[in-house]
Design a binder for this molecule. Structure first.
Ligand SMILES: *Cc1c(COP(=O)(O)O)cnc(C)c1O
Length: 355
């Protein structure tokens, strides 16, 4: 399929102050779009000026939440080139999400080609200051113009780009988190493993409550037994207990993070034992009480790793590693960001230069 390009004839001024970029507030001059319907499949692939979408007020996405998305970044290397980190994994996951929500799948190779064409056109928007990146948001939604509850016949796939500031402007500071015992994020059999907007809508209340109590994130428990740890906020979570890194296994209600996968591969390459298994709150509580919980951190594309300095269990605060980032967390952060920004050799073949 050809990609039609309609250039933006009134490009915006690019931000000059990297420290004021923030996250997801500024968008580049162009976006990629294509349409789907049952008869024609995916068609009319195009790069057009960034702007509002026109959709029917009856569109499926607005009423029944038929939406999935991805989040990845393009990084400016020291040699000026732009590179992506494991983009294949994102489009593969998007297809798994599409499968769960009965949305049409993409040709991952074509989606990557479209993404590269878009980045190429807007390449001057990729920032170069320390810690900055171009955040990429592909999303796909059901667009049938009628209210009947039915699987989707019409859909739209869009990619927008947003130059974003450093997640850690004041250094990698550990956060306080609390265990959420009321709301659950996902259940087995539900949509937890899919990256869909609905999961986020359902998690806002707990996040808001935690924030009001002075916590950065909630630690989600499984929705069936409320016994096992699953994720932290919208990140995967890892705990170093007596020298072994333990991370919740992918039971169906945990999002299979690209950062999680990368952390596991790095840890294994360093000879650090990793266990993907069920981890009960009880085991975690025992580990904090008897001092065997050595490190705890969330991991995801936005933050890379986010050390947990304090864990609140039933309103009792437990400090992890003296409230400081631990050595394994620090090493993962250094290695991952080194590979992502092209400062360290990519021995895993995780990066792809945008040409
Ligand atoms: C996106 C996401 C993650 C992290 O995935 P990455 O691919 O590492 O960015 C973890 N949990 C949830 C719920 C997510 O939506």
């Amino acid at each position: 399929m050809e990609i039609r390009i309609e250039k933006n004839l009134s490009p915006k001024a690019k931000p000059t102050d990297a420290s004021a970029l923030g996250f997801g507030k500024i968008f580049t001059d162009h976006m990629f779009m294509m349409d789907y319907d049952r008869e024609n499949g995916w068609h009319d692939a195009r790069i057009v000026p960034y702007g509002d979408l026109a959709i029917s007020p009856a569109a499926t996405v607005l009423h029944y939440g038929a939406e999935i998305f991805e989040g990845l970044k393009a990084y400016r290397r020291p040699d000026g080139e732009i590179q992506l980190f494991r983009p294949w994994d994102n489009f593969e996951r998007m297809n798994n999400s599409a499968d769960r929500l009965c949305l049409p799948k993409l040709d991952p190779e074509f989606a990557l080609k479209a993404l590269k064409a878009l980045i190429n056109l807007d390449r001057d928007w990729v920032p170069s200051a320390e810690g900055t990146s171009l955040y990429i948001r592909p999303f796909l939604f059901g667009n049938d113009p009628f209210l009947g509850v039915h699987t989707v016949n019409k859909a739209m796939f869009v990619i927008i780009l947003s130059p974003s500031g450093s997640y850690y402007k004041e250094g990698v500071n550990p956060v306080r988190i609390m265990i959420e015992t009321e709301d659950v994020r996902a259940v087995r059999g539900g949509t937890g493993y899919a990256k869909c907007g609905g999961n986020y809508a359902a998690s806002m209340r707990a996040g808001e409550k935690a924030e009001q109590k002075g916590f950065a994130q909630v630690l989600w428990l499984d929705g069936v037994e409320r016994k096992y740890v699953e994720e932290v906020g919208s990140m995967n979570v890892m705990f170093k207990i007596s020298g072994t890194v333990v991370t919740p296994k992918l039971t169906g209600s945990v999002l299979p993070g690209v950062t999680r996968r990368s952390c596991i591969a790095l840890l294994q390459s360093w000879g650090v034992p990793v266990e993907e298994r069920l981890l009960s709150v009880q085991e975690l509580e025992d580990a904090v009480r008897n001092g065997t919980l050595e490190e705890a951190f969330g991991c995801g594309t936005a933050a890379v790793v986010s050390p947990i300095g304090e864990l609140s269990v039933d309103d009792v605060p437990y400090v992890v590693n003296g409230g400081k980032i631990g050595p394994i967390t620090q090493r993962l952060y250094g290695e991952l960001t080194g590979i992502q920004w092209g400062r360290r050799p990519d021995t895993f073949g995780w990066t792809e230069i945008v040409k």
